[in-house]
Design a protein around this ligand. Structure first.
Ligand code: GCU
Length: 671
């Protein structure tokens, strides 16, 4: 007892016994004194109890009273607030007078909406918003806001750089690791409402009774936070688990097997979200194995979950084993003709660009080209091609660059307008992000990676937000307010720096071929042509770049005519996408006043220099950032500096071995 008392005294004197390791993410605000009595709940429910606890934990002393009440509460009705267009999940937060006293009312048509409103109120206050005269209101533009975990049943995570899977399949379904709750809470705070538990390269085992029971426990933990569970489904499961001879989607026995499997899942998880499917891509089984279409496959599964209100998210990332076509064209070629043939509860999940989550790609040409189908963009939050967990790269600008892109299919139509589904009156809409979350103490492998999870959630709620505003919001909640300006200044150019030192001017896919780490533009001897970086850059003595105009693969014809015209001519192609669409002489004169080669060199150097600037900026924050988070980021920036230099040197040395050109005057030769 004495020893314990001593420990308690030490803890009291030095603050919390744990180090500031980033575990609390952006939810770090703490009420001076937890004060549940400041928070009134008119009709208690499990979700409202959570909302109340969040407010009690973090409400600043400046707020005297908060009331959580649904919009149909007579006292709220009486106030005649503009709640009509809030939908199921939208919230309204207002300073009002109730029973003669001022209070901040958090309302909406559902308890989930009030939970979101409570988080919005806390965000408002934590980011410098005034406590008086509050008037916030927001309705999500996208319905399914989903994290895709590429987590395997053995606990590993495909392309995961933040430790092992959060799901401890060994102790599930019995043990409810408190981390599951913390995960759900973090997601709810930014509006994420779905999670796919297992890898798209799925094992049939995930659909067996023991795994359904494990998934059901997770669903129970997540439910109060408004989060549904989904599973990746292996298309050949009827053969592997059901003993059938075929998985042909047109075979009635196959459809019956999936129906009964869906029934079994829904008995355990009544609000199960549905299936995510990777079919006929990178060796996965699918309907094409039987000469059936992707629509045949998707609809068969959709009919199995439809009676229960489930959906199917069918991926358009089809990367065939044998297709000689330009890899960038495959998804459009295969899916565009299927527009109009999918059932109502199918969403087609389309990667943000036509190849594979490169540091920069033009937006995917399917956006805007399948108006009869809800298209769900898939972003990669984990940074498979942008330096894994160590390099600092804020993805807000990558996400918004795609969402803000004009499709050219309708006047002023952006990708965001396509995916929110309003223009085409889709009942469903969605946005998916491949999670960057694991068992690391800071969840995402680094503090700054947390911002990418955060930005994904905020943009899935409102794809019209600005990357800078989100960065600022995140910085103010994650660090001391004195650090915010510098943190935002570091974040905003960080993704462009990665583009510059790994592959400027529209180059792509130049990385190590299996791990996808580090430079390897020289690799040319792998079995399939498109496994080799040389397939993508096509450099020779005369020039560099992939000709995707009519004289080449003609991938530009997959874009709207106005865009295709712009991409047809290197003079009107954005510089950032130049070598994605064109093969040009090294001496080609650019609008910057430099030759193509000189511009490439310039950009590699700019990328390296930008990392040095970030490191210097971070140094200045040492006095205002806690030691553990400061040190880890500082060390990671050193790694990034070394590796940016490696990318630059290796790439330049290789290009020079091909083009035989000198470096511009004054440029340091590669080490
Ligand atoms: C990339 C990634 C794979 C992943 C695939 C997919 O190719 O390297 O690990 O399985 O994308 O999105 O299906």
């Amino acid at each position: 007892a004495t020893a314990l008392a001593g420990l308690a005294m030490v803890a009291a004197a030095t603050g919390p016994a744990f180090a500031e390791d980033g575990y609390r993410l952006w939810l770090r605000q703490q009420a001076p004194v937890p004060a549940p009595d400041r928070i009134a709940v008119t009709a208690p429910s499990p979700k409202l109890a959570l909302a109340r606890a969040e407010l009690a934990r973090a409400l600043p002393a400046t707020v005297a009273s908060v009331t959580l009440a649904r919009s149909d509460d007579p006292r709220v009705v009486h106030l005649r607030l503009p709640t009509r267009s809030l939908g199921d999940e939208g919230y309204l937060v207002r300073t009002v007078t109730l029973d003669g006293a001022a209070t901040i009312l958090v309302t909406g048509h559902s308890d989930r909406a009030i939970l979101y409103g409570s988080f919005a109120l806390l965000r408002h206050l934590a980011t410098g918003g005034a406590a008086s005269g509050i008037a916030l209101s927001s309705t999500p533009r996208v319905k399914l806001r989903v994290l895709d975990h590429w987590d395997n049943l053995d606990g590993s995570v495909e392309r995961g750089y933040a430790g092992a899977s959060l799901w401890d399949w060994w102790t599930l379904p019995d043990f409810r690791d408190p981390r599951y709750t913390d995960y759900a809470r973090a997601n709810a705070s930014i509006g994420i409402n779905g999670t796919v538990l297992n890898n798209v390269n799925a094992k049939a085992d995930s659909l067996t009774a023991p795994y359904i029971a494990k998934a059901a426990t997770l669903a129970d933990v997540f439910r109060p936070w408004g989060i549904k569970v989904y599973l990746s489904a292996r298309f050949s499961a009827p053969i592997e688990l059901g003993g059938l001879k075929t998985a042909d989607p047109r075979d009635p026995a196959v459809a019956a097997w999936w129906r009964s499997k869906a029934d079994e899942i829904y008995r355990a998880i009544p609000d199960f979200g549905g299936f995510l499917v990777k079919a006929n891509s990178e060796g996965q089984p699918g309907p094409r194995d039987y000469n059936a279409t992707h629509a045949d496959g998707a609809n068969m599964l959709a009919r199995a979950v439809a009676p229960h209100g489930g959906v199917v998210m069918w991926r358009a990332f089809v990367y065939a084993d044998t297709d000689p076509e330009d890899r960038a064209k495959q998804a459009y070629t295969e899916f565009r003709p299927l527009d109009g043939s999918f059932d109502d509860n199918v969403l087609v999940q389309v990667k943000n660009g036509p190849i594979d989550f490169q540091p920069r790609e033009p937006f995917h040409p399917l956006f805007g080209a399948m108006p009869k189908t809800p298209l769900m963009p898939e972003f990669q939050i984990t940074r498979e091609y942008l330096g894994f967990a160590t390099h600092l790269a804020y993805l807000g600008p990558l996400f918004t660059e795609v969402l803000d892109a004009q499709t050219g299919r309708r006047p002023d139509q952006t990708v965001a307008d396509v995916i929110d589904g309003r223009a085409d009156h889709h009942a469903l809409s969605g946005m998916a992000g491949v999670a960057n979350i694991g068992r690391d103490r800071d969840w995402s492998g680094s503090t700054f990676n947390q911002a990418n999870w955060y930005a994904f959630g905020r943009l899935a709620w409102d794809p019209g937000l600005s990357a800078r505003d989100i960065a600022r919001e995140w910085a103010l909640q994650t660090f001391d307010a004195r650090a915010a300006d510098t943190v935002v200044a570091m974040m905003m150019p960080s993704r462009e720096a990665v583009v510059d030192y790994t592959g400027p001017l529209g180059l792509a896919h130049l990385m190590g071929t299996s791990a996808h780490y580090g430079p390897a533009p020289w690799v040319s001897d792998l079995q399939r042509p498109e496994w080799n970086p040389v397939y993508y850059h096509r450099a020779d003595r005369q020039g560099i770049g992939f000709d995707r105009t009519a004289s080449g693969s003609d991938a530009i014809a997959q874009y709207a005519p106005s865009l295709a015209r712009r991409y047809a001519d290197p003079q009107t192609t954005p510089l950032d996408e130049l070598l994605w669409f064109h093969h040009l002489p090294w001496t080609y004169a650019l609008s910057t006043g430099r030759t193509l080669w000189d511009e490439m060199v310039h950009r590699y150097d700019a990328g390296v220099a930008a990392v040095a600037v970030m490191a210097r900026e971070w140094d200045t924050l040492k006095p205002v950032v806690d030691a553990e988070r400061w040190q880890k980021t500082a060390t990671f920036l050193q790694i990034q500096q070394r590796e940016a230099q490696w990318w630059r040197d290796a790439s330049l040395a290789y290009w020079m071995s091909i083009n035989g050109l000198p470096l511009p005057v004054g440029v340091t030769p590669p080490a």
